[in-house]
Design a protein around this ligand. Structure first.
Ligand code: CO
Length: 157
């Protein structure tokens, strides 16, 4: 077990397309365990492997009832629309206004390679989109409408 360092937006690993995971071995399990510890420690809602410098298609999403491990995730379905504030552990201290689908359904493998589906609305759907974007080297700052101002952030508190 161990905490991994979260990289910030200027690091090149955050801007690259990640590779498919083909080995569901101890190394992957260690990565997932470390990412989970890092996500909990940083109070985040999601974390993608490139944020800890690993260019593999692995993300974690905290659904509120536990942390989902998504390996090689793909988007199956989206519906509706929501516009709201979004942040990223790799863009500390900032929030942007981002349009995302209201509902999203993904297909992914678990740590042993078994395929499953997961779906969610609101924050979960937003998080699926945000984390899957990370695997293609896309940060929310590239798809947002604008950054939130300090006044808007204070009003939210
Ligand atoms: Co992020």
């Amino acid at each position: 077990m161990g905490l991994r360092k979260i990289l910030t937006e200027q690091e090149s690993s955050l801007h690259k397309v990640c590779k498919t995971v083909t080995s569901f071995d101890r190394k992957l399990h260690k990565l997932l365990d470390d990412m989970k510890e890092t996500l909990i420690e940083s109070n985040g809602v999601g974390l993608a492997a490139p944020q800890v410098g690993i260019l593999r298609r692995v993300v974690l999403v905290d659904t509120g009832d536990g942390i989902l491990e998504l390996v090689n995730p793909t988007m199956l379905e989206t519906d509706g629309e929501q516009v709201g504030p979004e942040g990223c552990l790799s863009v500390p201290g900032k929030y942007g206004l981002v349009k995302r689908p209201y509902y999203a359904k993904v297909r992914a493998q678990d740590r042993d390679g078994n395929w499953y589906e997961a779906e969610g609305e609101e924050l979960i759907a937003r998080c699926f989109c945000h984390e899957l974007d990370h695997l293609d080297g896309i940060l929310y700052t590239e798809v947002m409408e604008r950054f939130l101002t300090d006044e808007e952030l204070e009003a939210d508190e």
